[in-house]
Every structure is written in C-alpha cells, then in structure tokens.
Design a protein around this ligand. Structure first.
Ligand code: G4P
Length: 526
C-alpha cells in the first residue's frame, strides 16, 4: 500500500474518563468490534483498586499491565485504529496528560449517574490546550441517571465545549428502551449484547406507528418532544467545529451491554481526524512530509529489575519509520537505530518493519531517551508541547544509605526522565525535591529505587503546594526575584527556574508584588 493510503487510514486516539466511568469496558467493546480480541474480559483494567497500598505487587502489576495495553490497534472498515491507553488512577494523571499529546482526538466517557466529575474536567483542560477534537459517550444508560438535557448542559458549562447529540436515549434505567439516531432517523432497541449488531435497527419517522407500538405512546411522545427541542436548541452537527475542538458530538449507551457503541464507532470512523500536523521549535511538521520525524511521549521501565532496559513509546509524526535505519536523536546529537521496534495488537506485540504517521512504536532503550525527545532523519528540530503541570505534593529525597549515594543519584535522575514524578533541584546543596500529584507516586519511587538501583531513601515532607515556572521580559528583574526568593526557588529538569509556593495566598501575594514576573502553572508556555 502506498504511503498516502497508509497514512490516510490511521486514526489515533485516547479514551479518557474519570475512574469507573467505563473506559476499560468501552475499550474492550471497541476491540471486539474490530476483531482484535474474541471475548469480553480480555482487556485488563489497569486500575489499582486500593488507594493506600503497601502491597507493591499491585504497583508491579500496574506497570506490567500498562506496558501490555499501552497501545491497542485494531482494523475496522479499512481503517487502522490506534487506541492509546491512559492510566486509570489519578495519581498517575501526568502520564495521561502526556499521552494526550500523542493522539489526534479523544473519546470522553461520562457516567450518566455521576455526570461531569473532577478528573473529567482536568482531562478536558488538557484537551482544550491543544484544541483536541472530542467525542462524548454518556455511559451506563441502563442505570437511573440524570436527565439527558441536564447532562448536556453540565457538559457545556463545566467542560467549556459546545455539544451536539447524535443519538438520543429513550428513557433510562430499568425502562431504557434504546437510542434514536438523530441524523439517520434509526431506532436501535436496547438489548444486552446483541449478537448480530446490524440486526434490529430500523429507520423510523418519529410518528411511525411501528415505532409507537414498539416503545409505547408515552415514550414516543416524549421522544418526539425531545427531538423538536434538540433541533430548536442545538445547531446542526458541523465537522469543522468538531475538528477545531469547539463542538463535541454526544452519544448515549451502555458499554457493558455493548449498546450504542456501534453508533459511536461509525461516527468516529467518519468524522475523526487523520494524523494531524505538529508544532516544533522551528516549524510545523506535516504528516505527509517524506522524511520521518517522531517524538517520545512515554517511557516504561522493564518489569524485570535485572534488566534495566526500558521501552520508549514513539509517536510517528511524518514520513515512514523504518526498522534498522539510523535516525538522529536531536537532543543528544547522536545516530541511533532500532532493530526490534514493536507495535502492539491488543494483547500481543510484534516486530514491525515500517510505521506511518499516527502509529506508535515501542523502542528498546538503554537510557538514551527522556520524555519529549525527538527523532528525525537529520533535521535539527524538537517537537514542543509536552506539558508538565504543577505537582501538588512535594518531598525532599534524603539518602538513607551513605554507601549508595551514586545509585540514588542515578535512580532519581532516570525515574524523573521516565516521567514517574517531577524532579526539582534546590540550592545550596543540590537538594532534590520530588513533586507528584499523589501518594502512590512516592511509593513507586521508593520501591523502584530500592529494587532497581539498590538505593535506600526517605522522604521529608515540604510545605509547598504549587510550583510555578517563572519568566520575565527583563532578565535582571528575574535574576533579582530569584536572588530575593532563593529559599523558594528550584530548577526543573531543563534547568528552568520554578517558584515553590506554600499556599495559594502566598502565590497571589507574590504575583501582585512582582508584576514584572510571569507565573506559569504549566511548563508549556511560549
Ligand atoms: P474505568 O476503566 O473507567 O475505571 O471503568 P470500567 O470500565 O472498569 O468500569 C467501571 C465499572 O462500571 C465496572 O464495574 C463496569 O462493569 C461498570 N460498567 C461499565 N459500563 C457500564 C454500563 O454501561 N452499565 C453499567 N451498569 N455498568 C457499567 P465493576 O463492578 O467495578 O467491575 P466489574 O467487576 O463489573 O468488572
């Protein structure tokens, strides 16, 4: 197949959701449609069920499972669809944010009982930063949930995005009768796990007698009323608005019953974007360019501690990636080649000879990669836009075994390059401050330092609650601020200065008193 055909059939996306909304279940149903798996239950939830854990096996399992399910690929209607998995646990949310830089669109799953939840809002914030197109699936319609119009209002208000229903539920909970496709005028009657999926979906006018006899007069009247209301309130679905991240088509269904998923998948195939162009520090890279480029958005350590190699996940952005060809590692100015690049199909992984824009390849890494690194055919460019966000918990790493200082140094450095947590250095004394969004990250670090690097450490709590990257137009003013606030200044992995604030109030005071200094809550600023 030609390059053009190959790239045009790629669709690369992530499913995002607040934990428990049904991300894993929906992923599994999509893979079933694509024939990538044969039975339900094949996709393991990558959730850590316990929130406090001294049971490190859970963490090990988490790491193992998420390597296997990091990327899942399936074929459907001539398309090659790549689903990039994101960790379910909120303590690993940073990993999710980074994965979102490697996709071209997302499907957001909402629980119809709970509506928009905390993690949903955060994830959408990241999508909005780069205008990622979003399709919304309102799940669990077999449960008594909120009124669908209320859900739509909540989505618009809390997520700051326009919505347009494409399917519409007839009742919900125990009386859930199915979904009506508003554009195709087809009714899909609710049943658990319909075996023949095309079966039993008919085209009906809203006042059709057959439809009335099937769902009853009351529900038929309600449906008619709802549809009139939808047509009055919401504009027609506009693909351009969806592609620019301003309008989300909305579907209703029940993932666990495999219901309403096909409508979602068909629309996804029709409207979702091809691999998109991407920004670098010097120019925009188009996927159709002849020369290969790509960037690393995720690094996974080998689960076997005796082998300290890692897998770097590379998103192909342009051209064709070829096995065993030399590529330029731009940051290190070094030529590298990969003789066993992997691609992932549901639960298996295969060595690949070629990969195209939109694809994700797993590269064995012996310590060359950091998150955000760029590979090219020689051009000196770096992909931009892999964000770091302010952590919420800060602790200083203290060496607990003086004989193993070197091991600790190396371990902390490598784990932060993998993105396990953020590392900040404070002066004097090169003190290492680890910033995380959750307790579990500290446990993972302590465990891995000991088991993979033989280094023992303790954590000393620090009173900070926010890290802000600081810049100023006037370099002298920045230097002066850093000098005055030295006790609260640290440097991130790229040696950018960061102001550590103990409370929001202190941060606000510092902002007010220092109008020449700009405080950024993410590292992604221009
Ligand atoms: P997550 O990855 O977003 O965290 O969610 P996951 O798919 O694991 O689903 C969370 C729970 O919600 C699971 O139940 C799952 O079976 C259930 N669920 C998913 N879709 C639906 C749906 O459409 N309707 C209903 N009623 N439930 C749904 P669990 O009890 O936590 O796990 P399990 O033992 O059933 O696997």
């Amino acid at each position: 197949m030609s390059f053009d055909k190959e790239y045009k059939r790629r669709r690369t996306f992530a499913i995002i959701a607040h934990p428990d909304a049904g991300k894993t279940t929906l992923t599994e149903k999509l893979l079933l449609f694509g024939g990538a798996i044969q039975t339900a239950g094949a996709v393991k939830s990558n959730k850590i069920k316990k929130s406090t854990t001294s049971d490190f096996m859970e963490i090990e399992k988490q790491r193992g499972i998420s390597v296997a399910t990091s990327v899942m690929t399936f074929e459907y209607k001539d398309l090659k669809i790549n689903i990039l998995d994101t960790p379910g646990h909120k303590d690993f949310a940073e990993d999710t944010y980074r994965t979102l830089t490697a996709v071209d669109s997302v499907i957001l799953v909402i629980d119809c009982v709970k509506g928009v939840e905390e993690q949903t809002e955060k994830l959408m914030e990241v999508c909005r930063m780069r205008d990622t197109p979003v399709i919304i699936f309102v799940n669990k319609m077999d449960r008594d949930g909120q009124d669908p119009f209320d859900i739509l209002d909540e989505l618009e208000q809390k997520l700051g995005i326009g919505v347009r229903p494409i399917t519409w539920p007839v009742n919900g909970g125990r009386d859930f009768k199915g979904v009506y496709h508003l554009l195709e005028h087809k009714m899909n009657f609710f049943a658990v796990n319909k075996t023949k999926l095309e079966e039993d979906i008919f085209e009906y006018d809203l006042d059709s007698d057959v439809l009335r006899s099937k769902i009853g007069d009351k529900d038929a009247d309600q449906l008619q009323e709802d549809v009139e209301m939808i047509e009055g309130i919401y504009d027609e679905f506009d693909r351009e608005k969806y592609l620019s991240g301003n309008l989300a088509p909305v579907f209703f269904g029940s993932a666990v019953s495999n219901f309403g998923v096909m409508e979602l998948l068909n629309t996804f195939c029709n409207v979702s974007p091809l691999p998109i162009s991407r920004e670098t520090d010097i120019r925009v890279v188009e996927p159709t360019e002849n020369k290969f480029t790509g960037f690393v958005f995720k690094i996974h350590a080998n689960i076997d501690p005796r082998h300290r190699d890692r897998i770097a996940f590379l998103r192909v952005c342009s051209g064709t990636f070829e096995r065993s060809k030399f590529y330029e590692h731009v940051r290190l100015d070094k030529k590298l080649r990969f003789s066993n690049p992997y691609m992932f199909m549901a639960d298996t992984k295969n060595v690949v000879d070629e990969a195209y824009p939109g694809d994700v390849v797993g590269l064995y890494d012996t310590g060359n990669f950091k998150i955000g690194d760029t590979l090219t055919e020689g051009e000196e460019l770096q992909f931009t836009g892999i964000p770091s966000f302010s952590p919420e918990l800060f602790r200083e790493v203290v060496n607990a075994d003086p004989m193993k200082a070197k091991q600790l140094e190396k371990g902390v450095q490598q784990l932060s390059e993998e993105g396990v947590a953020q590392l900040f250095i404070m002066q004097p004394g090169n003190r290492k401050i680890i910033g995380t969004v959750g307790e579990l990250q500290f446990e993972v670090i302590e465990h891995r330092l000991l088991h993979e690097y033989g280094a023992k450490c303790r954590f000393e709590a620090k009173p900070y609650s926010k890290a802000c990257w600081i810049t100023a137009k006037d370099a002298d003013k920045l230097a002066e601020f850093i000098r005055l606030k030295n006790n609260f200044i640290a440097y991130d992995k790229d040696k950018n200065p960061v102001f550590l604030a103990e409370t929001d109030w202190i941060l606000r005071m510092n902002m007010e008193n220092n109008p020449d200094i700009v405080f950024h809550t993410t590292s992604e600023f221009k």
